[in-house]
Write a protein that binds this ligand. Structure first.
Ligand SMILES: Cc1cc2nc3c(=O)[nH]c(=O)nc-3n(C[C@H](O)[C@H](O)[C@H](O)COP(=O)(O)O)c2cc1C
Length: 157
């Protein structure tokens, strides 16, 4: 018997994670972003990461092979940015300081790290798509990360 959704959420909620906002620019030139905790390092050689995107997310179909995207690992003071990129607001980038990276995608200022990637694989994962990205550039700061645990934002100390 599979576990219930409640059992699944209760157990997986014990997994503390960092919080990212994944940004991309679609084929029409629109800047898009989504809050994502389903992020992992995948391979060192070659350098690969993965993110998992809900089939129903507006950004989902923008992830096509070769598409550039940035995983912005949020810093401790950026919980409002996390909420904004998970909300149905007209402009998720409103009030958010950004700069354009080498791949032509907006990176969020003041993040712990900005990881610039290109989509190399799209794999099925239940109601999500596993997006594998090759890492083509990184920016790193000394800031502490924002954490997410059991539905709440936390800090390291
Ligand atoms: C803390 C947090 C973590 C999330 N992690 C993910 C994730 O890993 N993958 C995903 O597809 N959606 C994730 N979401 C949900 C999306 O951010 C949110 O549902 C989405 O932006 C709304 O979809 P829309 O763009 O179609 O309005 C997360 C939301 C929050 C608040």
């Amino acid at each position: 018997m599979p576990v219930t959704k409640q059992e699944f959420r209760h157990a997986l909620g014990k997994f503390a994670s960092a919080v990212t906002v994944v940004t991309t620019r679609d084929a029409e030139g629109n800047d898009l972003g989504i809050t994502v905790t389903a992020f992992s390092s995948l391979s060192l050689d070659p350098p690969l990461i993965l993110i998992c995107i809900d089939h129903h997310a507006a950004i989902h179909d923008s992830f096509t092979l070769g598409r550039a995207f940035v995983v912005n690992i949020l810093s401790a003071q950026q919980d409002e940015i996390s909420q904004q990129f998970a909300s149905r607001v007209a402009d998720r980038f409103a009030g958010v300081d950004v700069h354009e990276g080498a791949l032509g995608v907006l990176s969020i200022d003041g993040a712990c790290a900005n990881v610039e990637c290109r989509v190399t694989n799209l794999l099925p994962g239940g109601d999500h798509t596993i997006v594998v990205g090759s890492v083509e550039g990184t920016e790193v700061s000394d800031l502490d990360p924002l954490l997410h645990y059991r539905g709440s934002y936390r800090c390291l100390v």
